[in-house]
Design a protein around this ligand. Sequence first.
Ligand SMILES: Nc1ncnc2c1ncn2[C@@H]1O[C@H](COP(=O)(O)OP(=O)(O)OP(=O)(O)O)[C@@H](O)[C@H]1O
Length: 227
Amino acid sequence: MIRLKDVVKSYKVGDNQINALNGVSLELEEGSYATIVGPSGSGKSTLFHIIGGLEEIDQGEVWVDEEPIHQLKDKELARIRREQIGFVFQQFQLLPTASALENVMMPLLNFTSSKTLRDKAAAVLERVGLGDRLDHLPSRLSGGEQQRVAIARAFITEPKVILADEPTGNLDSENGMKIIQLLEDFHQKDGGTVVMITHDLNLAERAEQKISILDGQIVSHDRRILT
Ligand SMILES: Nc1ncnc2c1ncn2[C@@H]1O[C@H](COP(=O)(O)OP(=O)(O)OP(=O)(O)O)[C@@H](O)[C@H]1O
């Protein structure tokens, strides 16, 4: 359901060209749980942005749930991001002036009636253990709680895929593990696909698939069956 074929992506910085991805091919079936590991600058975030339809590619093909991401216009990409993909970032990326509930409502604000949306947002906040924090501004929540709001915001669209870029990078291990458990629940109970960038090799080992990137290329793709 996520398929990349010979993807090339470079950036121009002044007169220099930086080759961020040098011919990446990858297939992840629906319901996969995969981590992406690699040293700083190896191309992990570029790959993440490309799978999420956040960046254009120079060459190759990118398919998400049978949709040719590489050929779509901005409006179509926005629809795919809204309907298929939930994003979670290291820095949470919450709107500071909006409450937890409002942050979670954000992805569907123009698409669902407000009463239904409020109820739905409250239900996903309940699911991530924040049913008693609906009206809190992010500044009144701990880092772990803010990231759980971000997970709820990703859940609200009932996506098929959650893309998480270092979701535990700013958290202590206990709060980090709560986030991992929510992502693993999404994978195990909802049958969703999780693709997570991590520097934490212990976390990488928990996934069914580990994709290692070096200098813009996939150097290994390990698969194992979780018991
Ligand atoms: N917007 C950009 N403009 C110019 N160069 C970029 C841009 N984004 C990424 N790069 C370059 O592309 C290469 C891959 O970057 P990328 O962010 O994908 O690596 P990464 O593996 O995610 O690194 P990190 O672990 O440090 O986040 C690096 O050399 C980086 O400097």
